[in-house]
Design a protein around this ligand. Structure first.
Ligand SMILES: Nc1ncnc2c1ncn2[C@@H]1O[C@H](COP(=O)(O)OP(=O)(O)OP(=O)(O)O)[C@@H](O)[C@H]1O
Length: 850
């Protein structure tokens, strides 16, 4: 590893050569480790994270001053052994230990010495939550450059500290207006912070960073009626502001930050220490390597075994690892448990003690959301009759089970409803009211929730709802038990082409849907893609997602280095949506080789290669010609030349991808179903099948990879939420219903793990009026995919029930939004449906959203 790539604390930087000093400065760009990916950032999420506790014993604790040693982990991928089929090698504990002073990494530890590697995984990015006062970017793993205009900060409201690591723009989503906390419960004045002092105010208190549970400060938090923290469309998510980082092209980075020993005065984050760069979504805990602006995360981290259990310490601190992410502005919310003391591997946990008790329901009837959006939850708003105060919220019925993983925001557990037998994934985030990081965490979470609450697609992890319990925020999500692609790669090695084709097709389906809603994921990579036991893929981690108002807008310097599109690095304008396509191409290579492209390069070198090089990454020979072409299509440096997700669905590489799921129901299934909600056999589902074909995209590309329009067998049709209700559903001929029905059943109707008969992922969605319309232009017609404005059927019954009891309330507030907010989208099938049945469409259907 190049000596220049050493990472050191700010203090040590002074003693270093000018070159190293620059590097330290670059660190402040903060590459947050990815959340889940075992890689880096959050590192090791999943159960591995817990295992990490054990690994810690072996890992060496490194004080911040020894951060430079962390660099050892940032080796080129080439130096690292390929992932082995067996899990143990991968699960090599990473040599990282999290201590009060920071993460310790035993450098290139003996991953190669797998045989000697203890069976325990390394500690995930367990990071001790630093005091605000300690937030000196250099040593802070969380720091993340806030470059994204998504979150334009109100500098006037930021304390020195806050502004310190909110160098960039701070999202307005977290603006006071959107984060008004209502004190609904009697509290002493001392306990109730002034509006401007409140965590959820957009104001960042300048008072000393005392860490008090949010609850102590905010007895009741308001939640928007729609349930989301913020309204995605209205939030700053789509803010055009530019991230400070954006001003840097690769060249700029090199010239200004890397090769220059002086911090660039134009970019505070470079010289002000990384303290300003804290990424809430950076997921240091998950091991995802995401860039929050800290270049320190620019390394491909070999994984111990799973992204969630990323061998890498926090990507931010060390390397971005497979899951390293660059958050251009987030503040990393460290979980109190980030210290690692409480985290243990799942196995260990099960052996050592019982699972955590279900969340205690001291329900605050509100969440830290915008008052403006929380009319329903406002004290002034009459509560639903039949719902007494303090009645346990729907979510409270979930009992917290085993730890699934660790993210930058907190921990994710299995949630189980002993009454209904349903399961979900519970993301537990402890919020504090007195520091900027908590505020930023809330903002980021709100952004993610806001987006997720409006999405409903079989290939996107479904959001169920959220609630505040004491000082903890619980976000309930669809439980995807298979882990991430990254984790699977680390545990079982590269995928076979069949799996790659299937997964890619599903990812594309999710992306097509997402893009149709003018939303960019911005962090597509193996670590953020979950897989269920049936091989169904679900896009997850929308912490960096962004809703855009137009086709293009300034690109934020966010993402995970190795998966980051060149236009982002070069700070050039382009189609935002195209960045996901680039990342998809990288993910395909990741699935084929276990590593992302250019992983042989480190840090800045990798960014430079990606941003300035004209060459294509190495495409493995074992990949079919179709696969190679697909990758080339995705990795076209000019974003305008990249096909859209919808178009790629017609690429021969994925077009005929065979479904991996096992048939769930016998065929033929009942013509009718007694299930009023529209079970799998419900007529509505047959309509859904029809809709699948109706929405068929007849895109015919001239490119080699885009084959003729064969009669396609719908894949991945098991839609948690069917597009029923869409006008399209009724326009299709019924002649193919049975055929589709059959295909549907045999191919994709398996229910998601959390689905009850009613909530089966294949359940249909009740017909609803079109809320938002997602227009698609066709040469001869415009097809509108209407958003579902009625409850989606893949929501656990408990939420459904509550919703009926207290429409508009949040505890369920978010759920409510999902159920009634009118944001669930019908276009769930847009993805795989596009491009299928060309018989009904003319060839030039342009699925690009307006
Ligand atoms: N819906 C889910 N089903 C199963 N496991 C999940 C689910 N969501 C998350 N996990 C697990 O929890 C880990 C952490 O989740 P996640 O990354 O979403 O947390 P986070 O706090 O949002 O982190 P970040 O935003 O930094 O990426 C993941 O790596 C994954 O292993």
């Amino acid at each position: 590893m190049p000596s220049w790539w050493r990472v050191s604390s700010s203090k040590e930087a002074k003693k270093k050569t000018s070159k190293d000093s620059i590097i330290d400065t670059i660190r402040k760009f903060r590459i947050s480790s990815d959340k889940k990916s075992g890689g880096s950032r959050r590192g090791c999420s999943d159960t591995v994270s817990e295992i990490g506790s054990l690994s810690r014993i072996q890992s060496r604790s490194v004080s911040p001053s020894k951060e430079s040693k962390l660099v050892a982990r940032c080796q080129s991928f080439q130096e690292r052994p390929q992932a082995q089929p067996l899990p143990l090698p991968v699960l090599h504990p990473s040599r990282m230990t999290r201590t009060e002073s920071g993460l310790s990494v035993s450098g290139k530890q003996k991953q190669e010495k797998g045989s000697k590697t203890p069976p325990f995984l390394p500690l995930p990015h367990m990071r001790t939550r630093p005091d605000a006062g300690d937030f000196d970017g250099a040593d802070s793993v969380f720091s993340e450059c806030y470059s994204d205009s998504d979150d334009p900060p109100d500098s006037s409201q930021l304390s020195p500290l806050a502004s310190d690591y909110d160098t960039g723009s701070r999202t307005t989503a977290g603006s006071p207006s959107n984060m008004i906390v209502k004190d609904q419960l009697p509290v002493t004045k001392r306990e109730v912070p002034k509006p401007h002092d409140h965590l959820f105010d957009n104001h960042i208190s300048s008072s000393p960073p005392r860490r008090k549970p949010l609850r102590s400060h905010v007895p009741n938090l308001q939640v928007p009626s729609h349930g989301a923290f913020f309204s995605a469309p209205d939030s700053s998510i789509s803010s055009p502001s530019r991230s400070p980082l954006r001003a840097f092209g690769t060249e700029q980075v090199i010239n200004s930050a890397f090769y220059t020993s002086k911090p660039n005065p134009d970019f505070p984050f470079l010289g002000s220490g990384s303290g300003h760069c804290s990424s809430p979504g950076s997921g240091q805990n998950s091991g995802h390597n995401s860039m929050g602006g800290d270049m320190a995360g620019l390394f491909w981290q070999p994984s111990r075994g799973s992204p969630e259990c990323s061998p890498l310490p926090s990507p931010k601190m060390t390397s971005p690892g497979p899951s390293s992410r660059i958050h251009s502005g987030a503040v990393t919310p460290l979980h109190p448990r980030a210290g690692g003391g409480a985290d243990r591997s799942e196995d260990v946990k099960q052996k050592s003690h019982r699972l955590p008790l279900p969340p205690v329901v001291t329900i605050s009837n509100s969440l830290p959301f915008s008052q403006s959006n929380s009319a329903a939850t406002s004290p002034s708003v009459p509560r639903s009759p039949g719902r007494p105060d303090n009645l346990p919220s729907p979510g409270s019925r979930w009992k917290k089970g085993k730890l699934l993983g660790r993210g930058s925001f907190g921990h994710v557990y299995v949630g189980f409803n002993s009454e209904s037998g349903e399961m979900c994934a519970m993301k537990e985030v402890t919020l504090f009211s007195d520091d900027a990081k908590s505020k930023e965490s809330a903002r980021q979470l709100g952004q993610e929730v806001s987006l997720l609450s409006r999405l409903s697609h079989p290939n996107i992890v479904q959001y169920y709802g959220s609630e505040m319990v004491d000082d903890k925020l619980y976000i309930y999500l669809e439980y995807v038990s298979g882990g991430s692609i990254y984790k699977l790669l680390q545990e079982y090695g590269q995928f076979g082409e069949l799996a790659i084709r299937s997964y890619t097709q599903q990812i594309l389906s999710g992306l097509a849907y997402l893009h149709a809603k003018h939303t960019i994921h911005r962090d597509i990579k193996g670590a953020n893609i979950l897989v269920d036991p049936n091989g169904r893929v679900k896009l997850a981690d929308f912490g960096m997602a962004k809703h855009i108002t137009g086709q293009t807008c300034p690109l934020s310097f966010k993402g995970s280095p190795y998966w980051m599109a060149p236009e982002i690095i070069k700070n050039s304008n382009g189609s935002n949506l195209a960045v996901d396509i680039w990342s998809l191409g990288c993910t395909v290579l990741e699935m084929a080789t276990t590593k992302p492209p250019w992983s042989q390069y480190e840090g800045v070198a990798a960014l430079f290669k990606i941003g300035n090089s004209k060459e294509l990454p190495v495409i493995p020979d074992h990949l079919s010609d179709e696969g190679k072409d697909f990758v080339r299509q995705c990795l076209q440096r000019n974003p305008q030349h990249r096909p859209t997700a919808a178009q790629l669905l017609d690429h021969s590489f994925v077009k005929n991808a065979a479904p991996l799921e096992r048939p769930l129901l016998p065929y033929p299934y009942p013509e009718t179903s007694s299930d009023p909600t529209g079970g799998i056999g419900h007529p509505r589902n047959r309509q859904l099948l029809d809709s699948d074909r109706l929405v068929t995209h007849s895109f015919r590309a001239s490119r080699p990879g885009f084959g003729p329009s064969d009669v396609q067998i719908p894949r991945n049709i098991s839609c948690p939420v069917s597009p029923i209700g869409s006008p399209l559903l009724h326009s299709r001929s019924t002649q193919h219903q049975h055929q589709h029905q059959h295909q549907h059943v045999n191919g994709r109707m398996s229910p998601s793990p959390i689905s009850s008969p009613r909530t089966t992922s294949g359940a249909s969605t009740p017909p609803v009026g079109g809320g938002g319309k997602i227009p698609f232009h066709h040469v001869n017609q415009s097809v509108y995919l209407h958003e579902i404005s009625k409850p989606v059927n893949n929501i656990p019954d408990m939420f459904r029930a509550k919703q009926s009891q207290s429409p508009g309330r949040h505890f369920g507030g978010l759920t409510h939004e999902l159920l009634h907010g009118g944001h669930a989208v019908l276009a769930d099938s847009v993805s795989h449906l596009l491009l299928r049945d060309r018989v009904h469409f003319k060839p030039s259907l342009d699925l690009n959203p307006l």
